[in-house]
Design a protein around this ligand. Structure first.
Ligand code: TPP
Ligand code: SF4
Length: 413
């Protein structure tokens, strides 16, 4: 079967790894259901299974170890859209670490499918046992075999109230099992029992997967099939989509921008960097463009650098990262230190830097301007964006000026 959701190149797992079977069957199951590529959001956990996200073409989000279901819960509630399919890939290690997230999401029946890659050990870190390692199963760090009985995640999640729960052996064609779970409203879970050839097989020579599963008392069957819609899908739901009603910027200006432009602004905390980037993005939308804005700052938000990456484009923006900016605005010494990477990476484009700062080394053109002096340090980033519009005419200057009326009090000359 031709791939639709997976890229054509080879998958990143060791030869014979069950994770390959799951990924290929996920592609096949989604094809069977005909879910549009960009309606699928895959959240991956930490572990070998999680390195698959670069091989898939749909939206992917890489979570912290054990926290992928918590992220997926937020995505599911934030979308509140039955046409979107949220899928979580997580290992038995991640389930061990974050089991409460699974119990809560199942209990509240959030709309998602969790696919547990249960290879009965922690693959990525060399084969430590998890809560789901069967008694007697050996791993590199437990050469005498696990002393305790494995927990039964299907029984736990079924008891928590999930809409659909099943356990399958991860060999051969699993696409119908996965498609069944993907099609259920509410919280569904498929635990795929598989092997890790690099650590599981080596520590248990001659092991037969189905025999290990059977001897562990883990039944291969459907544990729950209740067909209950998730809370976000109920008509009286308190979970309203974040995409309705919130972003309502009327188009009042016209931009002649023909292609995507990436802008990074780098300054100091407390100097209005994030709000300036938001004003600039909103004014781009008011000029008929698409815009994204991403903030970067240390956890101590009141001190140090504050930076933002803004993308504006006449076309839909499908990837919001902006590794190399076309324009870089630097308004303070904190910003200059932060922007070191961008300055080195820019082979062209323009850097606008406050005239109080040293002229940096870069292959881009450098323009100096007294951003800080013009309307005070609190407005330096905003002045930077206004100056950029004067110079580069990405969209009408007035679109931004009218949004920030009164903050600057004079026009940039
Ligand atoms: C909170 C936290 N604890 C520990 C780790 C280290 N760590 C990285 S991958 C991994 C094991 C992953 O095993 P599993 O979830 O079963 O996935 P697999 O590698 O088998 O696909 C661990 C313990 C981490 N990244 N974060
Ligand atoms: S180490 Fe094990 S779990 Fe990780 S990719 Fe290799 S076979 Fe798969």
């Amino acid at each position: 079967m031709e791939r639709v959701y997976l890229k054509e190149e080879g998958l990143p797992f060791c030869k014979g790894c069950g994770h390959t079977t799951i990924s290929e069957n996920t592609d096949k199951a989604l094809q069977k259901l005909g879910i549009p590529l960009l309606d699928v959001i895959l959240v991956t956990d930490i572990g070998c299974h999680g390195i698959i996200d670069k091989s898939f073409k749909m939206h992917t989000v890489h979570g912290l170890h054990g926290r992928s279901v918590a992220l997926a819960t937020g995505i599911s509630a934030g979308l509140s859209n039955p046409d979107k399919k949220v899928i979580v890939f997580i290992g038995d290690g991640g389930v061990t670490i974050g089991i409460q997230h699974l119990i809560n999401a199942a209990h509240r029946n959030f709309n998602m499918t969790v696919v547990i890659h249960n290879n009965m050990l922690y693959g990525m870190t060399g084969g430590q046992p998890s809560e789901f390692t069967p008694q007697g199963f050996k791993t590199p760090t437990l050469p005498d075999g696990a002393g305790e009985k494995a927990s039964d995640i299907c029984a736990i999640i079924s008891a928590a109230g999930a809409s659909y729960v099943s356990r399958v052996i991860g060999i051969g064609d699993l696409s119908d099992h996965l498609a069944e779970a993907f099609a259920k409203p509410g919280f569904s879970l498929v635990e795929v029992m598989e092997i890790c050839p690099s650590y599981g097989v080596k520590s248990n020579p001659g092991m037969k997967l189905s025999k290990v599963v059977q001897e562990a008392g883990l039944e291969i069957r459907v544990y729950a099939d209740r067909n209950i819609p998730g809370p976000e899908l109920l008509s009286e739901s308190k979970f309203k989509s974040l995409f309705t009603g919130k972003i309502d910027i009327p188009v009042t200006h016209v931009s002649s921008l023909k292609s995507t432009v990436r802008i990074q602004v780098a300054g100091s905390a407390g100097e209005g960097v994030q709000s300036a980037a938001e004003y600039f993005a909103a004014a781009a939308i008011a000029s008929g463009l698409n815009a994204t804005k991403k903030g970067s700052y240390p956890v101590t938000v009141g001190i140090g650098f504050s930076a933002s990456d803004v993308i504006i484009s006449p076309d839909p923006i499908l990837y919001t990262g902006s590794p190399v900016p076309d324009y870089l605005i630097i308004t303070s010494d904190d910003g200059l230190a932060y922007a070191k990477g961008a300055l080195a990476a820019m082979k062209e484009g323009t850097v606008y830097i406050d005239s109080s700062l040293p002229v940096p080394e870069t292959k881009a053109s450098v323009v100096t301007y007294a951003f800080r002096e013009f309307a005070g340090s609190r407005n330096a980033a905003l002045v930077g964006f206004l100056y950029l519009l004067k110079e580069a005419a990405l969209y009408p200057y007035e679109a931004l000026e009218s949004r920030v009326a009164g903050r600057i009090g004079k026009t940039i000359g």
